[in-house]
Write a protein that binds this ligand. Structure first.
Ligand SMILES: [Zn+2]
Length: 272
């Protein structure tokens, strides 16, 4: 059970309601033009010639559904942003429902990037850069899109980032030290919420995470458990459907075997 809806906190630094997320977008767009990595990467160092901007990045950690919610909010605010997606996380980008969400994110004018896990890539023993490049190629061809950027997952843990040919890395000094980097990591703005800092910083990379923001403004603990519950229910439904399908398959096995042989011309199944 999800706990009751909390009050919106007085302190905006602690307010993770979607209403506040929309206000943040309003605040940003009133003072700074925004850019996605698809727009910023081709500029190279000329990005720094732009007097003011906020570079909009989302690392998607747990929920593509919540990522779509942010994508819609960004779009409504006239903002293009970049959604960095993982292979081998709590979601699977190649599930039909997920693939469709990614279609919709792209259709809103946003772009996708690779959110890579160095530890996972190194585990294979193969060249992690080559492996990441192949992941990018697959995403590019599956969604008929161009990927401009990559972001490392848990960079503090691995202490590494990869130089992947053809894409920029979000922690390249150009995007990380030359400009101001702000993030909502673990629902904790280090210097206060971005809207407090718009007067102070002209050039910003802003990282926000899909699972931090909810209608009710819950803490990440409640939100993570709620997301796990949603996934459980979805897997349970799928298991029920598979049980029905398998039982039906067994019931109709002889007919199906015959149809299969007729269609594919396979060897006759010997029956005793
Ligand atoms: Zn991550």
């Amino acid at each position: 059970m999800t706990p009751p809806r909390p009050q919106r906190p007085q302190n905006p630094d602690r307010d993770f309601t979607l209403a506040h997320y929309r206000e943040i977008l309003e605040g940003i767009t009133a003072s700074h033009p925004t850019l996605s990595f698809a727009e910023a990467a081709p500029l190279g160092p000329a990005l720094l010639d732009k007097e003011r901007f906020v570079l909009m990045r989302h690392d998607v950690e747990f929920s593509l559904k919540s990522a779509l919610t942010l994508a819609e909010a960004d779009h409504q605010a006239g903002v293009r942003s970049s959604f960095f997606l993982q292979y081998g996380s709590d979601y699977n980008i190649f599930e039909p429902e997920s693939a469709e969400i990614i279609d919709r994110i792209l259709a809103l004018g946003h772009d996708i990037g690779l959110h890579y896990d160095v530890t996972l890539l190194e585990r294979s023993g193969a060249d992690p850069v080559e492996m990441a490049r192949r992941m990018i190629d697959l995403m590019e061809s599956y969604w008929s899109t161009k990927i401009h950027a990559a972001s490392p997952h848990l960079p503090m843990r691995s202490g590494k980032r990869l130089e992947i040919p053809g894409v920029v890395d979000v922690y390249d000094p150009l995007y990380f030290t030359e400009i101001k980097y702000l993030s909502d990591s673990t629902q904790m703005w280090r210097e206060g919420v971005v809207t407090r800092l718009l007067d102070r910083y002209k050039q910003i990379q802003l990282l926000t995470h899909e699972y931090h923001w909810s209608e009710e403004g819950h803490g990440f603990d409640v939100l993570l458990l709620r997301e796990a519950n949603r996934k459980f229910r979805s897997l349970y439904r799928r298991a029920e459907q598979n049980i029905v399908r398998f039982r039906e398959g067994l019931r109709l096995r002889e007919v199906r075997d015959r149809e299969f042989r007729e269609r594919f011309g396979g060897a006759r199944v010997r029956t005793r």
